[in-house]
Design a protein around this ligand. Structure first.
Ligand code: NAP
Ligand code: ZN
Ligand code: ZN
Length: 346
């Protein structure tokens, strides 16, 4: 099926209209009519070749929600009309230790990403959610609970699970003191989810203008990182720091804000390395950790958690023609707090 999309022709090119072919669903596949797709900073990194390589033309988009339009003959989990989502990957080897444990994002043979990847069978490029339909194996499709407005659900498929998974894995609990660094797409979801868990949440931001929003989103405290007294005032305070920043910055300064045995979790993926001193880690037996999105089972758990706790993304809905402008605004930190593409605009 001929399907409208937006693609970057090369790493230097802006996104522009393009047409892709989507096949009819095979036995185990679900065809999804895409309603909304979130804009993740990872889309920008990949479209601009910031992580190296990249398969072009590239159709980004891995925060996909919509309705099932057709199902293959052997599909059992979904039926036509169901409200569903697709996140950052559409397949994995299904046999390795990671896949067997439901941590498909760490597939030892490499997950098949929703875009900028090649399909396991056909070796053809995958194209993402900046389009109007997608065909995905039913085992990699999520059910979006009825309680969450669909446009505000889209960002949960990447931003939501990316911050939920490490909170569960590293054990964020009610009463823990959690700092969120960077109030963008991932950061604002981290505030909401940590708050729903019952943690005490502080936002650390380069944008003093986001203070009121941070408190409205559920943070208990806000600190401007440009204010040098911040790093004195909050030294040794936090059980956890969730670092969502998309650009290189000094990790060492933030490590000093952890209490003894505290854990700083990197989810932001800047394109350049940053020097690290042993001191702040050694002196307080602190940990520096990382985390990549989340597996299918945990993503479903996160969606159900969000429905139960009334958590959804704060979004700015845009037509696809505004996507290049949205990228520029995100790079300036001017995002409140996720751009979501209305796919009816194609
Ligand atoms: P975003 O919406 O653009 O938010 C990033 C925020 O970081 C900005 O709003 C800004 O917040 C802060 N920031 C930006 N430049 C900064 C700088 N130079 N110094 C300090 N702070 C800065 O991006 P996002 O979609 O949340 O993604 C954030 C990062 O996570 C990206 O690198 C993305 O690729 C990565 N990511 C990782 C995973 C994973 O699985 N680990 C999944 C998705 C995304 P303030 O204005 O509050 O300072
Ligand atoms: Zn993403
Ligand atoms: Zn695997």
């Amino acid at each position: 099926m001929s399907t409208p999309a937006y693609a970057a022709a090369s790493a230097k090119a802006p996104l522009a209209p393009w047409t892709i072919e989507r096949r009819a669903p095979s036995a185990h596949e679900v065809q999804i009519e895409i309603r909304y797709c979130g804009v993740c900073h990872s889309d920008i990194h990949q479209v601009r070749g910031e992580w190296g390589g990249g398969i072009f033309p590239m159709v980004p988009g891995h925060e996909i929600v919509g309705h099932v339009g057709a199902v293959g003959s052997a599909v059992t989990k979904f039926k036509v009309g169901d409200t569903v989502g697709v996140g950052c990957f559409v397949d994995s080897c299904r046999e390795c230790g990671a896949c067997r444990e439901g941590e498909e994002q760490y597939c030892e043979k490499g997950m098949t990403a929703t875009y900028n990847s090649v399909e396991r069978g056909t070796r053809t490029p995958t194209y993402g959610g900046y389009s109007t339909r997608i065909v995905v194996d039913e085992n990699y499709v999520l059910r979006v609970p009825a309680g969450i407005p669909l446009d505000r659900a889209a960002p949960l498929l990447c931003a939501g699970i990316t911050v939920y998974s490490p909170m569960r894995h590293y054990g964020v609990d009610a009463g823990d003191r959690v700092a969120v660094v960077g109030l963008g797409g991932l950061g604002h979801m981290a505030v909401k989810i940590a708050r729903a868990i019952g943690a005490h949440v502080t936002v650390l931001s380069t944008s003093p203008s986001k203070r009121d929003d941070a408190l409205r989103l559920g943070a208990d405290d806000f600190a401007a990182t440009a204010d040098k007294t911040t790093f004195k005032r909050l030294a040794g305070q936090f059980d956890f720091i969730i670092d969502t920043v998309s650009a290189p910055h000094d990790y060492n300064a933030y490590l000093g804000l952890l209490r003894r045995d505290g854990t700083m979790i990197l989810v932001g993926l800047p394109d350049q390395p940053v020097p690290l001193s042993a001191g702040p880690l050694v002196m307080g037996r602190r940990r520096l950790a990382g985390s990549l999105i989340g597996g299918i089972r945990e993503t479903q758990e996160m969606l159900d958690f969000c429905a139960e706790h009334g958590v959804a993304s704060d979004i700015e809905l845009i037509p696809i023609e505004k996507v290049n402008e949205a990228y520029e605004r995100m790079i300036r930190g001017d995002v409140r707090y996720r751009f979501v593409i209305d796919c009816a605009s194609f």
